[in-house]
Design a protein around this ligand. Structure first.
Ligand SMILES: C[S@@+](CC[C@H](N)C(=O)[O-])C[C@H]1O[C@@H](n2cnc3c(N)ncnc32)[C@H](O)[C@@H]1O
Length: 327
């Protein structure tokens, strides 16, 4: 387990966004170390309930310490959460929070393989019981697919050079360690990357592999439409994202779910009376919220965070909700 604690990001803002009612039923889809969950529980009365989820086994261990009769934790992936909530006998929720990405203890534990700062096995799985580790992926991927992953998920302009260097290096020795990979990337990028971005040359490649190995964007695109039908009227959806790829999916989903016709201008031109058309299932609540300078000063991880909030309307959820345009 990692040494450092996880400092919850946009804590007050996220709790305010959920507008917690003491007798309400809430979902924390990203329990982590329970920073947000504890704050929600503190606002619930005896009849309130909090259902929390996470796919990381260390999060499950941390949830066992909560010991509150109003709190239930289940290990599961985003894509299964809606089913899991139903299996728990819950048919309406008053709010759901998603605090995306990884937690500080995950990054800080070298054994999890998320960070190039300390040496560890190149794993990067949030749920080490499922899927392929980053090392296994690097052992079998083609240079072309790897270029795409590093470019698309890392927004890395040297993706092709880095992928070529990885494929060349693995023919000499398997790539199994975080420092080993970081050194290959640094050598491939050379002086080109230094100085212009103020970050380690391996940052974007590690981000890309982590997103790929954990299917982070696909999981996010799956959970959003699945939880909207579970929200009670005026129930809140609050999502904290940490990079532009995540935020783009959240922003587009909320835009399409909060506009008539899913925001599709072609449908708006149909010869149908406006009052016969489906009205949107969500309404946006305020603008995107960013952390204060004070929070970023105290917790640099908050630097890139964006909180977006929406509220369930009384209108039915259209069957097509969830097609994330260009997501
Ligand atoms: C930023 S941390 C949450 C921190 C938490 N709010 C706190 O205050 O301690 C994100 C958590 O979400 C979990 N997670 C991310 N994507 C997930 C997914 N698709 N399914 C399940 N859990 C996921 C990670 O394992 C991690 O523990």
């Amino acid at each position: 387990m990692g040494g450092r604690e996880h400092v919850p990001v946009l804590l007050e803002e996220a709790i305010a966004a959920l507008a917690v009612r003491p007798d309400g039923t809430y979902v924390d889809a990203t329990f982590g170390r329970g920073g947000h969950a504890r704050a929600i529980l503190a606002r619930l009365g005896p009849a309130g309930r909090l259902y929390a989820f996470d796919r990381d086994p260390d999060a499950a261990a941390s949830a066992r310490a909560i010991g509150d009769p109003r709190f239930v934790f289940r290990s599961c992936w985003f894509s299964q959460i809606a089913q899991e909530i139903q299996a728990l006998g819950v048919d309406r929720i008053d709010g759901i929070l998603l605090d995306l990405g990884i937690s500080s203890p995950q990054i800080d534990d070298p054994a999890r393989g998320f960070s190039f700062r300390a040496d560890g096995p190149l794993d990067m799985r949030m749920d080490p019981a499922r899927g392929e580790s980053a090392a296994a992926f690097l052992a079998r991927v083609t240079a072309r697919e790897l270029t795409e992953v590093i470019r698309d998920y890392g927004e890395e302009r040297f993706a092709q050079s880095i992928a070529g260097a990885i494929v060349a290096a693995r023919s000499v020795a398997p790539i199994v360690g975080t420092r080993q990979l970081a050194a290959i990337v640094a050598k491939a990028v050379g002086a080109r990357a230094r100085g212009d971005r103020g970050q380690d040359p391996a940052t974007r490649t590690f981000q890309a592999l982590r997103i790929f190995v954990n299917r982070e964007l696909a999981e996010l695109a799956l959970i959003l439409p699945r939880v909207v039908p579970m929200l009670a009227t005026r129930g809140r959806l609050a999502v904290i994202s940490f990079h532009s790829l995540e935020d783009r999916i959240v922003k587009r989903f909320l835009a399409s779910a909060s506009q008539p016709f899913g925001g599709d201008p072609r449908l708006a031109r149909l010869p149908i009376r406006a009052d016969a058309l489906p009205l949107p299932p969500l309404a946006l609540v305020g603008r995107a919220i960013r952390p204060s300078e004070r929070e970023v000063g105290a917790n640099p991880r908050a630097r890139s965070a964006t909180l977006r909030v929406a509220e369930r309307t009384a209108h039915p959820v259209p069957a097509a909700l969830g097609a994330v345009p260009g997501g």
